[in-house]
Design a protein around this ligand. Structure first.
Ligand code: C2O
Ligand code: CU
Length: 476
């Protein structure tokens, strides 16, 4: 397979429209099949979301299609969309040969619906189902994904977007979800195997050799001059950090990880670690050149989304967008009394780990590696019997991540959002995932207001698999 540089960008433009038609046709067939179900038979049961295999063309024309594992036969899975305050109800049916679960990333839901095997529910065995039913308290851009063997199941395609609409939506002309992922393909165009190998797990993780947006090697958006768009960017990659930029668009970040910023922030660049999201409000500027969205890697830009200008539209000058309506987040004050727990992150290739605790036993590095463990937090690899900390409901807590490895880590906490404690003591935006660069320390503050057992892990999924995870408990 060619490198990213060859696969994305201008060289593939010839096959784009054909690929798009193929995918559209597939979607059409699926929805025709779905409507054939007699309405009365389906009345009581919630809608299904089925994990199963499907053959999908990822590589350009001339290569084979890839056998993916996906929700309802498509990757990304179907966009689930509800209004804030309404329930999400899905019967998750597992038609794969491996057990699986669904985690609703970034949703502050009740613990029993969080989808973490062994912590909040047993994994759903092949042929079995599980009913998810929860009310997302917050509006915004979220996503759902498998949480069993995620380094393999997500690399194979098991994820989709979850959008919670504000009861008062901002004034925009189009609302567009853009799901960014990378895939590691073999020469043939099918998925390369080797999920969770020790080399990937001890380095940056499973990086792909092609990039898709909404499952396509190049995505396009149709718009007109003067339109205002809301773009929901979601990074679903196993390990890739996307640095995204744009041209001929005037853009404000209005939300991060689902949560509105107090003041929209005008920018022409956003960094998304795995699992992170950004909502942009974008004004389409009238210029001779068409606008586009690109990624930057090693100082070079690669086009990921083309923006096709229609004939209509006029130049309009608009004022900056208003902030989105706030979500019902807890009060968090920078001056509030809070304990700080330190989380020392060590290990990985070129790390200096010599021993660690795994499943309650002190092991040498050699023995750790035999168990596939190469990363530790506070000297422990993988989940321990006891939580990192247990808090009474409503307690404020600080967490300081100290990254003593030579790799960046996207640290994600389940069931809560947190705010970074900035160097001047003020608090950054609410997030559920924070990127901690190599040899960097970052501190976050949170209110433990959601009872249950919550995972805290690196969203570079190979790192999580190889030890970089722990859990916290919030007492009822
Ligand atoms: Cu999006 Cu524990 O993960
Ligand atoms: Cu990591």
């Amino acid at each position: 397979m060619a490198s990213v540089k060859h696969v994305i960008g201008a060289k593939i433009s010839a096959s784009r429209s054909r690929l798009a038609t193929m995918i559209d046709r597939r979607t059409l067939l699926l929805s025709a099949a779905a409507s054939a179900v007699t309405p009365s038979a389906a009345k009581m049961a919630p809608p299904q979301l089925t994990a199963k295999e499907a053959l999908i063309q990822l590589a350009p024309e001339g290569y084979d299609a890839a056998t993916l594992w996906c929700f309802d036969g498509q990757s990304p899975g179907p966009e689930i969309r509800v209004r804030q305050g309404r329930a999400v109800q899905r019967r998750f049916v597992n038609e794969l040969a491996q057990p699986s679960t669904i985690h609703w990333h970034g949703i502050r839901l009740q613990n029993a619906m969080d989808g973490v095997p062994g912590l909040t529910q047993p994994a759903v065995a092949p042929g079995e189902f599980f009913e998810y039913d929860f009310v997302p308290p917050d509006a915004g851009t979220y996503w759902y994904h498998s949480h069993n063997r995620s380094w393999e199941q997500m690399a194979r395609g098991l994820y989709g977007p979850l959008i919670v609409d504000e009861s008062e939506a901002p004034e925009i002309d189009q609302d567009i979800t853009l799901v960014f992922d990378d895939w590691r393909l073999a020469e043939s165009g099918g998925l390369a195997g080797g999920y969770g190998n020790l080399h990937d797990n001890s380095h940056a993780g499973r990086l792909g050799n092609i990039i898709t947006v909404n499952g396509r090697i190049s995505e396009s958006i149709r718009t007109n001059a003067g339109e205002r768009l809301r773009l929901r960017l979601i990074n679903t990659a196993n390990a890739r950090i996307f640095e995204l930029g744009w041209q001929n668009l005037s853009a404000w970040i209005v939300a991060l990880d689902g949560m509105p910023l107090e003041a929209p922030q005008q920018t022409d660049l956003v960094t998304l670690a795995p699992a992170q999201r950004a909502d942009l409000i974008v004004d389409v500027l009238v210029t001779d050149e068409a606008p586009l969205i690109y990624m930057i890697e090693d100082g070079t830009g690669y086009v990921l989304v083309e923006i096709v200008m229609g004939k209509g539209g006029t130049r309009t000058t608009r004022s900056a967008p208003l902030p989105l309506p706030p979500n019902p987040l807890p009060e968090l004050h920078s001056e509030a009394e809070a304990e700080t727990t330190t989380l020392l992150m060590e290990g990985g290739a070129m790390g200096n780990l010599s021993s660690a605790v795994f499943e309650g036993e002190e092991l040498s590095l050699r023995e750790m590696v035999d168990h596939g463990m190469v990363w530790t937090m506070n000297g422990v690899a993988g989940l321990a019997e006891d939580p990192l900390f247990a808090l009474d409901r409503g307690t404020s807590q600080r967490l300081q991540f100290i990254n003593e490895t030579v790799f960046p880590h996207g640290m994600h906490l389940h069931g809560h959002h947190f705010r970074e404690v900035l160097s001047d003591g003020s608090l950054g935006p609410w997030r559920d995932t924070i990127l901690v660069e190599q040899n960097e320390a970052r501190e976050v503050a949170m209110v433990a207001d959601n009872p249950g057992k919550w995972l805290l892990h690196c969203h570079m999924l190979g790192h999580q698999a190889a030890g970089m995870k722990t859990w916290i408990e919030v007492k009822a």
